[in-house]
Ligand binder design. Structure first.
Ligand code: GRF
Length: 190
């Protein structure tokens, strides 16, 4: 039977949309719910256009955790995918979904990870450090930012002409290709 996915996104939500579209054509899973911690997240608009239920959850509910867990249970969510989600996942949810929450980070962790390293800040730091390559890291989530067990990493070259914008585009291309595939493989085991 297909698994029920929840995608958590704080911003633009292009990965959320990509995941919705990818799993729409497959039997392995379906994105049943999109959650955000930011009322103005464009991810909500994308979910609406694609007819996927979505909710803004306020800070108080994220901190408490149990209202969010209840919502996940209402939708019979099996697996949680973070895609540009910038709030802490409550412990009650981490405990309810062991090895069933994954995150994507737009660098080759452990480089350029940790609190405050998100979005273009990561790409700016990679370029400023003169790195020859960057990429994406897909990992399980634990209580410490970006330090959960690594699942997969994919690389791209950083050219001397790259800007944070061009590097972000390369990284997004990797994300759109590999994040759905890696999730699909993980779902076969859970
Ligand atoms: C992605 O680069 C992801 O790796 C990072 O945040 C970005 C989200 O982009 N965690 P989008 O909102 O999916 O367009």
């Amino acid at each position: 039977m297909g698994k029920n996915l929840a995608v958590l996104a704080s911003g633009n939500g292009s990965n959320a949309e990509n995941l919705i579209r990818y799993f729409r054509c497959r039997e392995s899973a379906e994105v049943k719910l999109v959650l955000t911690n930011r009322a103005e997240a464009y991810a909500l608009t994308r979910a609406h256009h694609l007819n996927v239920p979505s909710r803004f959850i306020d800070r108080h509910a994220w901190e408490e955790g149990t209202p969010v867990l209840a919502l996940l249970q209402d939708y019979q969510i099996d697996f949680i995918v973070l895609a540009g989600f910038l709030a802490r996942i409550p412990n009650v949810i981490l405990q309810a979904y062991p090895d069933r929450i994954v995150n994507i980070h737009p660098s080759l962790l452990p480089k350029f990870g940790g609190k405050g390293m998100y979005g273009d800040r990561v790409h700016q730091a990679v370029i400023a450090a003169g790195e020859a390559e960057s990429g994406i890291s897909i990992h399980f989530l634990n209580e410490r930012y970006d330090e959960g067990r690594m699942i997969a990493q994919y690389r791209c070259a950083v050219e001397s002409t790259d800007t944070p914008e061009t590097l972000a585009a390369k990284v997004h291309t990797l994300e759109y290709t590999y994040y759905p595939q890696v999730i699909e493989q993980l779902l076969q085991r859970c």
